[in-house]
Design a protein around this ligand. Structure first.
Ligand code: 13P
Ligand code: SF4
Length: 362
């Protein structure tokens, strides 16, 4: 009798450690939201439709709006934030994301956010980066199959082999890598800080993994010798100079701006190259009459919504991994608290060193 009551007392919420109580509260079941298109949904989402009306036809909005409303309500209930990469679709980017940005901006926010839960609007390596930087938060990825051809091109064992082959040469990993790879390298970089990171090491040779094109583009901007891995982004490697020169001829006055994951010969025929955030800044500040963003094509939709008057010419190279993230899957994530990103704490601590070293470079 005594044993039974002692067990009941020990299991009661007041006796659970704080972290466990918080986790139980985070994962508490919630009712399935009603996803009907009603006048109330229309009214409550009207201000969000204003942001996307140039790119989402009125006939499509009734499909998105009930999800938008349900996700925004559930975010508050779960004390969750949605961190969305610039390649997410317009309804995610404009209507449910709390923060949007390039890989570096999202990593910084993941570290600073006070939310209990992060839902990553992006691919798996981004969710891992958030978890590495916020080990106490619950990090959810709406589709764990959202990969990346760059991250898939290299493993931690490959990095160890490189270090054996080139002893003493520091290894810089693009953030588009798994936690396993980040744990093995000296420092991370993104497309917006790669040159600065390479030069911050104060050496004459570095190994850069996994993107051979980013490495080649960086090599042209520094005296540091770069030994590159052979990975490539399946979206950016498809652009060719011939295709872009064709647009130049067909669209007089067009400005071409490229992501540095493009081959160097593609960057060569462009007017500017930079990370997704730098490309967005370029369009917002220079307001070219006509522009082609040589990158994943949802970004043009997102920037177009914010820059009326700029004419976007759009070859459409979609990232199939980024497109796995949808409003219904984000809602499922928040309702069922799935799919949780889990990283072995010892591995995460080693990976964190490389990411934090990067963030510390000003
Ligand atoms: P950035 O947003 O850091 O430029 O990266 C682009 C990219 O390909 C992410 O998958
Ligand atoms: Fe990876 Fe390229 Fe997709 Fe970015 S766009 S997630 S680099 S495959």
């Amino acid at each position: 009798m005594q044993a039974t009551s002692a067990k009941a007392v020990l299991g009661s919420p007041a006796h659970l450690p704080d972290a466990q109580k918080r986790r139980e509260a985070r994962f508490a079941p919630v009712a399935l939201p009603n996803l009907a298109w009603t006048p109330e949904v229309a009214r409550e989402t009207a201000h969000l439709y204003e942001k996307v009306k140039a790119i989402i036809p009125p006939i499509e909005w009734p499909f998105h709006a009930p999800y938008v409303k349900a996700i925004n309500e559930l975010k508050k209930q779960r004390n969750a934030v949605i961190l969305a990469h610039n390649y997410q679709t317009p309804e995610i980017y404009n209507c449910v994301a709390d923060v949007v940005g390039d890989s570096l901006q999202l990593a910084r926010i993941a570290e600073q956010s006070e939310a209990d839960v992060i839902v990553q609007g992006g691919v798996h390596f981004m969710a891992e980066t958030s978890k590495i930087l916020s080990p106490d938060k619950t990090v959810l990825i709406p589709d764990s199959q959202a990969g990346c051809s760059l991250a898939a091109s290299i493993t931690g064992e490959d990095v160890r082999a490189l270090k054996r082959k080139y002893p003493g040469v520091p290894v810089v990993a693009y953030v588009n890598t798994s936690a396993d790879v980040k744990a093995e390298v000296d420092i991370c970089c993104t497309s917006s800080n790669a040159v600065k990171i390479v030069e911050s090491l104060g050496v004459d040779t570095v190994i850069m993994v996994p993107d051979r094109f980013l490495a080649a583009n960086v090599a042209r901007q520094t005296k540091v010798k770069i030994i590159a891995w052979h990975g490539a982004c399946e979206v950016h490697e498809r652009f060719t100079p011939e295709e872009l020169l064709g647009y130049r001829e067909a669209e007089p006055g067009i400005e071409l701006i490229a992501h540095p994951e493009c081959p160097p010969e593609v960057v060569d025929v462009c007017d500017f190259s930079g990370s997704t955030a730098a490309m967005i800044d370029y369009v917002k500040t220079r307001r070219p009459k006509k522009v082609l963003l040589v990158t994943e094509c949802s970004m043009a939709d997102n920037v177009a919504a914010e820059t009326p008057g700029v004419d976007f010419i759009r070859p459409c190279n979609l990232c199939p991994h980024m497109k796995r993230i949808t409003l219904p899957k984000i809602l499922d994530s928040l309702v069922y608290m799935r799919e949780e990103v889990v990283i072995d704490p010892a591995l995460a601590a080693r990976a964190r060193r490389s990411v934090e070293r990067m963030i510390a470079v000003k």
